[in-house]
Write a protein that binds this ligand. Structure first.
Ligand SMILES: N[C@](CCCC[B-](O)(O)O)(CCN1CCCCC1)C(=O)O
Ligand SMILES: [Mn+2]
Ligand SMILES: [Mn+2]
Ligand SMILES: [Mn+2]
Length: 304
């Protein structure tokens, strides 16, 4: 099958420089040839050239709103075009604010797609519930229709429309959820399989329940937004917001294999790889984990 790879060198959604080098770190780790080795037709579209703007609004609760808004439009266009060209899209981050554009672009191509969000964090703070103002903690609040009444005016996001229903999202891996996020998740009934559920039910049941919850008929395109910090920090040390007690590589691979097996995985984000954090060994470990997850999203199977 056909894959279109898009580098998304964005860092403005969070304060730690380096996520803009995530795409190149994954390429240097051999990602493209490893995907080709799976027999895939891989088109590497290179890195987006994200426009740089002088931030014109400094009193907004969301930081770098102009740059993130502009990047989101560029990402959406690129993801849309990739999917419309008949390729599964692989978006390499870059911080997780990249998902605003990737999910919106996906929804333009496939309006009824669902979202599996694999992350230590819920990333559904609104600018008003966020304690950091970092937009990598907000992407889903921009996209979920039911959250819109609670959002303040957000300049520079006129091109991004809310495109998701809460019922079409399922989380796996949560272990650091803010009070405002917990309120939104419970109020909207967003399906959530935190590390508690992973421990309680095991990863097989969590994946099965998550997929059944968002796509009971098993016929919808799937968007996987994978934050590398969902994995245990021992597997992904070079990331901005590590949280102990994460997914094992076996659990990460299992999620990827099961989604790949549906044949409906249409867009994959791999977010929050920051090669500027940690030492060379940390970088290698993190990039290797990211590439392993991606390989299993695109057909590599531990059974052969
Ligand atoms: N929820 C946090 C972390 C967001 C992580 C974004 B991701 O998932 O893309 O990496 C804040 C988390 N928490 C706030 C209180 C003090 C400890 C950190 C936020 O800043 O919104
Ligand atoms: Mn995270
Ligand atoms: Mn995230
Ligand atoms: Mn992070």
């Amino acid at each position: 099958s056909k894959v279109g790879v898009i580098g998304v060198p964005i860092h403005m959604g969070q304060p730690r420089p380096g996520t803009e080098h995530g795409p190149e770190a994954m390429r240097e780790g051999g990602l493209i040839s490893k995907l080709e080795g799976l027999g895939l037709d891989v088109e590497d579209q290179g890195d987006l050239f994200l426009e740089k703007h002088d931030e014109d609004i400094h009193d907004h609760p969301a930081k770098n709103v102009k740059n993130v808004g502009s990047a989101s439009s560029q990402i959406a266009d690129s993801v849309y075009n990739t999917i419309k060209s008949g390729r599964t899209c692989l978006a390499l981050g870059g911080d997780h604010s990249m998902a605003i554009g990737s999910i919106y672009g996906h929804s333009l191509a496939e309006p009824d797609h669902v979202v599996i969000w694999v992350d230590a964090h819920a990333d559904i703070n609104t600018p008003l519930t966020s304690s950091s103002g970092n937009m990598h903690g907000m992407p889903l609040s921009f996209l979920v229709k039911e959250v819109q009444p609670y959002l303040p005016d957000i300049p520079h996001f006129d091109n991004i429309k809310p495109c998701l229903s809460a019922k079409n999202i399922a989380y796996i891996g949560l272990r650091d959820v803010d009070p405002g996020e917990r309120y939104i998740i419970e109020k909207l009934g967003i399906h959530s399989f935190s590390m508690t559920e992973v421990d309680k039910f095991g990863i097989k049941d969590c994946v099965e329940k998550a997929l059944h919850a968002v796509d009971p008929e098993g016929n919808k395109p799937i968007h996987l937004s994978f934050d590398i910090d969902a994995l245990d920090p021992s597997l992904a040390p070079s990331t901005g917001t590590p949280v102990p007690g994460g997914l094992s590589i076996r659990e990460g691979n299992y999620i990827a294999e099961e989604l790949a097996a549906t044949g409906r995985l249409t867009c994959v984000d791999l977010a929050e790889v920051n090669p500027k954090l940690g030492n060379d060994r940390d970088n290698e470990t993190t990039v290797r984990s990211a590439i392993t997850i991606i390989q299993h999203c695109f057909g590599n199977r531990r059974q052969g």
